[in-house]
Design a protein around this ligand. Structure first.
Ligand SMILES: *[C@@H]1O[C@H](CO)[C@@H](O)[C@H](O)[C@H]1NC(C)=O
Length: 482
């Protein structure tokens, strides 16, 4: 898409470096504009190149327009999609949770027919009778071996590109202290087995990632960071759930910095402290992905104060779609903010909203932008989003288009225009349905309307639209400035 552009810009940057800026100044305004945008793209591309999006297999049970399945995923929105959640059975083998997981795996992985660059990972975690199944699995070498073997064949059989470990957390919630070392063994053995599998079967190596703790004390107790970090392709630092209705005063779900009401260990309950700690322990910056929540955490105010640190007593009412007291999806919050008073917590660079006794600390486009600036400054490997299904994925709630938060995140990170804005090509089949009959798979210009173009896939015709302001160029098979 923007690769053409980028190499052009790199060329011009070389000119700048060799003091030939004069020649550039003479170029047309259009070129300069491309250079400026291109420089931004190039700088971002060099550092933050992953946008990993989680989806949950329980979002299929939400009512009406909040019901979410992999068919709702825009195949060009994220670089990676993580399917949550699978678990581990009593034989230490990876296994499904929902009755229709296998079918949903199929729909998710068929998105790669539209975007072959998309990578998918299966996340394993959860709990069985209240305890993590990781605990007994990691305890013995045979347990780990059975798990690893089952994971490789399961991922391959279901066309996943990798595995995501979602154990919350080694050394916590019934897991003994020695699980910190056992987790290192598991990760080391998994990484080795993935290498061997790739070599033996001449396949692309499976990816390995982890959903990792954000609170320094938890990190310290759970991980041998310097021993595990290199084995992961990326580490999803869960930089959210810092504060919630379990506390006696309001606090933000995912603040960038400490606030003046924080004290004691709460001084570290923020993104800046969490990621700094991971870096201090030796995690390479480019392995770390910053977590972006598409939900907020709610409180019920118990006095007249309604700012940060205001007395509260439990959660606000459950959202009508997520139906769980304590958090609201972005598409529930955007409705609330129509009537609520919205505030900006400037020291933490995040918004909150309050109406009556309800209070929510959430994320919007502005806070996502602040966090992208932070992750870019710190050369992190990119972003991960919890979750696709809590953004306004259909665009039917917030009047901001489909996936307003994640599309904004994508754009802020410097990714180029998407080749499509239509998430489900099968349902957007163009009336000129015969265009692709007999044509090879690929992209074709729509002579009748330059702001759109055709994608042919297996003889079927799909009409895609460029982002506003852009038109399709067949020379680069991409949308670009007119
Ligand atoms: C962010 O973290 C760094 C490293 O711990 C610290 O030096 C800095 O003061 C923090 N910034 C803010 C605004 O809290």
């Amino acid at each position: 898409m923007f690769t053409e552009n980028t190499s052009y810009v790199v060329l011009l940057l070389d000119h700048i470096k060799s003091n030939r800026y004069e020649t550039i100044k003479k170029k047309s305004f259009l070129h300069l504009r491309l250079v400026f945008v291109g420089i931004l793209l190039t700088v971002h591309l060099a550092t933050s190149n992953k946008l990993v999006c989680h989806m949950t297999n329980w979002a299929q049970y939400r009512p009406s327009s909040a019901k979410f399945t992999p068919d709702n995923i825009d195949p060009f929105l994220c670089t990676h999609v993580v399917y949550a959640l699978a678990t581990i059975n009593s034989f230490n083998q990876i296994t499904t949770i929902e009755w229709n997981d296998q079918e949903l795996y199929g729909s998710l992985n068929s998105l790669k027919n539209y975007n072959p660059a998309l990578k998918t990972l299966l996340s394993v975690g959860g709990s069985v009778n209240g305890v993590s199944p990781f605990i007994s699995m990691v305890a013995k070498p045979e347990g780990r071996e059975a798990f690893i073997k089952s994971a490789i064949s399961f991922l391959r059989a279901n066309s996943f590109d990798g595995l995501n470990l979602a154990w919350e957390y080694p050394g916590h919630n019934g897991s003994p202290p020695q699980d910190k070392e056992r987790f290192t063994l598991l990760v080391t053995e998994l990484s080795k087995a993935f290498e061997d599998d790739a070599k033996d079967n001449k396949k692309t190596k499976l990816l390995l990632s982890v959903n990792a703790a954000a609170i320094p004390a938890t990190i310290e107790r759970a991980y041998e960071v310097n021993k595990i970090a290199l084995h992961f392709d990326f580490i999803n630092v869960m930089t959210y759930d810092y504060h919630g209705h379990w506390e006696p005063v309001t606090g933000h779900n995912s603040p960038l910095y400490r606030s003046s009401v924080d004290s004691g260990s709460k001084l570290h309950y923020n993104i800046n402290s969490s990621v700094s700690y991971w870096l201090t322990l030796g995690a390479p910056a480019d392995k770390l992905l910053l977590g972006f929540p598409t939900y907020g955490r709610t409180y019920r105010l118990s006095a007249s104060a309604d700012g940060l640190g205001a007395p509260s007593n439990g959660p606000a009412d459950a959202g009508p779609y997520t139906r769980t007291a304590g958090f609201w999806a972005y598409y529930e919050t955007c409705d609330f903010t129509n009537s609520a008073t919205v505030g900006w917590i400037s020291e933490q660079e995040v918004p909150y909203a309050t109406y009556g006794s309800a209070w929510v600390g959430y994320d919007d486009k502005r806070s996502f932008s602040s966090k992208v600036q932070w992750l870019t400054r710190n050369n992190l490997g990119g972003a991960h989003v919890w979750t696709l299904d809590m953004d306004d994925f259909s665009g039917s709630f917030c009047s901001e288009g489909e996936y307003p938060l994640i599309n904004h995140l994508r754009m802020s990170m410097g990714f180029g225009p998407k080749p499509t804005t239509t998430p489900r090509p099968t349902t957007t089949r163009d009336p000129i349905g015969d265009f692709c009959r007999g044509r090879p798979d690929g992209l074709y210009e729509n002579v009748a309307d330059k702001t759109s173009y055709f994608q042919c896939f297996q003889g079927n015709t799909y009409l895609h639209r460029c982002q506003p302001g852009l038109i399709y160029w067949d020379s680069c098979k991409c949308c670009n400035w007119p």
